[in-house]
Design a binder for this molecule. Sequence first.
Ligand code: ATP
Length: 811
Amino acid sequence: MSRTTTNASGALTGLTVRPLNSTGLSSSGMPPPTGPPSVRAALASSAGIPPFSNLLSGATSGVEERLMVTVRVRPLSDAGEPNCIQVQPNRSRSLLFDDGSRNKPKKYNYDCVFGEVSTQEEVYAIAVAPLVHDVLNGYNAAVFAYGATGSGKTHTMLGPNVRSARPGQPTGGLSSAFMENLGPEASSSAGQSPTAGNMTLSMVLPSSGLMIRAVDDIFNYIEQQSAAKANKFKISLSYLEIYNELIRDLLNPGGPLELREDLRGNQSVAGLSEVTTANRAEVVQLLLKGNRARTVEPTAANQTSSRSHALLSITVQHQTADGTRQGRLFMTDLAGSERARKTKNRGKRLQEGAHINRSLLALGNCINALADGARYVNFRDSKLTRLLKEALSGRCKTVMIAHVAPEARHRDETKNTLVYADRANHITTRLQEPTILEVEAARDALPIAHYQSLVAELREEVNRLKIKILTERPRSGAAQQRQQQQQHQEQLEQKERQELSSSEEQVKKAELKFLREKIVQTFKQQMKLRRRLLEADSHLLGLELDAERQHMVISHWQSRQGKLYDRMYEEEEGFDSEGNSALRSAWSELALIEKEMKRYRQIRAATEHELEDCRKRGVALENELPERISSDEERELLSLLCRVHELEADKVSLQAERMARQAELRRRDLQLLKAERQRRLCEEIISTQRRIIEEGKLELPEDLRDLYALYQQEIHASTYTAGTHTATREEALYDAKLPPIFGEEKGIYSAGSSSSSSEWSPPSPLPPVPSEENTVNPDRAMGPLVGPRLPPINRVRGNYGSAQSTSSSED
Ligand SMILES: Nc1ncnc2c1ncn2[C@@H]1O[C@H](COP(=O)(O)OP(=O)(O)OP(=O)(O)O)[C@@H](O)[C@H]1O
């Protein structure tokens, strides 16, 4: 469940509308989606590079396009060192690499090569600005920095020194004016409340990294809109690291988080904070906070070596007439691959290195498989590849920035990176339609989304109250603050003594007390209504699952009988037989369930209505508060009130999460049951085909052979994953018996070599005949399995393809 915080109204506030400069571009170069030619085009044409048409034209869903691969060469660390790379000119499409052999340097081609003199601005304008443009239009996009340790990935993504920034030190290329504007928290305890809502300065300096630039561009674009339009955008972000194969929240550091996969294979990190924010200052604070929380250690290869992969996700929601468009930009700073011999790492560092290399190897395998156009790609080998699945497998527009060091002593690492990047150059992706949230929500209709929005609402309210308190609080250095507070307190006390004597003040206080009580009451009422909603949802969900179960019984009966159920059959066909009575009870159950669902939907709608009224009342009351707060004491009370609300929200959040998990488990059980039935049918079909092929001495058709190979791959992959987690001796032995993945030796798959034992026999491409003892029996829940309607073998004459399927039922 995502942890969400938002500003007071949940919309963007505190924005200053900045005019476009004379070129029609924002100061950092972000083109408005319908604006004049981009900086990127200008940079490209000035260097004589043909434009990268697929990216300049903006995203088009459904069209296949190559993953964009760029290479950045960092400057030589020591000017006197021998160099193994030549890039001429900067921002060309190729580079020459001297691998140290006597052969002449090898030429590698990419979408763009950034030489040692390239600037952060160039890299941003060419590689990332077009993606930001697409994200604002509701597409998903990803950029990831790849390369060996010390090759400059973090410099590109975050900027120089951003990770180690302490008060008074440079901070990732942010201007000092900007940092001052952020207030003391920005460089010390970053991640507190927003302090600079009205930024009028551009926040980037020439050395700022891509993450900051992307954020800046998004805000620039929004600020260029009219106030009414700007209010329709909502920006949120999450930031995590994968350290030693464990996921940690960088915005709210704590214990490791769980990576979950939904029924459609989408990955999500349970409990990851998703912070909604209205101003760029807060985003930068959050980024700084996240970067400081990241695991960085000195190694022999790099003084500030990232020991983890960092994934930043920026989500932009835009309310339009068609619904809310949602675009997401994933920015990944990978940890660098490293050689133990070179880094001289020991102990903990060595272990980290092993984790880093293993996950990068998994990434490399995925890149290889995708580049070869494989139908099955195993993303499951590491958390990194699971999280990058969407970016790599085509649901989003992706740019890889491979980093290399030019020094000849790093030749081996550089070669590896160049080869990787070359492979990635062959990956094609097919972009999906822009995401419209309402449509997605209706499509998913998974309860978890509902719980998430409930919790988000609760947090929004807590935040609103918090901001009300914060906006009243003076900001300065801690000591000065304490002194001021003391003075203030004394003044207030004196004032209060005077005021108390006046009856007018007493009335005011009484009013405030009354107001506070009313707020508490409305909040309690809201909590009650929310619980009622949750209960209704949970009950509805249970009913839905029951209904699904009954539908399964009915459809099972229908497929067994080969006809649709009609009440007429009850009379015609002796409906009282054993199988049919189950069907009848399924129908009557279903009718009852539907009635109950209708009733609960009505209860739900009424509750929702009541809740909305109650919420409005609460907001109106809260809006009266700031004018009436007169003392720190009142503020303190209000803080306590907030705290209570927050705890309530946490409680509901936990409850909701538990309910959602239970519901998900029940749903998955049902899915497993269904899948098991289907699997048994498939195996039956395959066995029959196999008998036909073997007895008829038929040659295995090419496409069928491929399908068998794919089936083997799938079985192999899933068994491998299971084996890696619970590697008992028996499982290890079982793994060893698995057949090799098809592909090398086509000859081994000749017809007639399979056995009918229940184990896999390596030379056979065919799956085993299922063994009855080992299979889970789904029929306990759904009645006996329906036999496949394939012709029995003795009826097949001549050609396999011409076999006619009989329509006679075998039941
Ligand atoms: N383009 C560049 N211009 C100037 N200095 C750079 C550039 N790229 C990298 N550097 C410097 O090189 C050093 C290593 O860079 P960086 O820490 O970004 O490497 P990395 O690939 O992130 O390493 P690791 O994987 O170990 O974290 C740093 O001191 C950085 O400031």
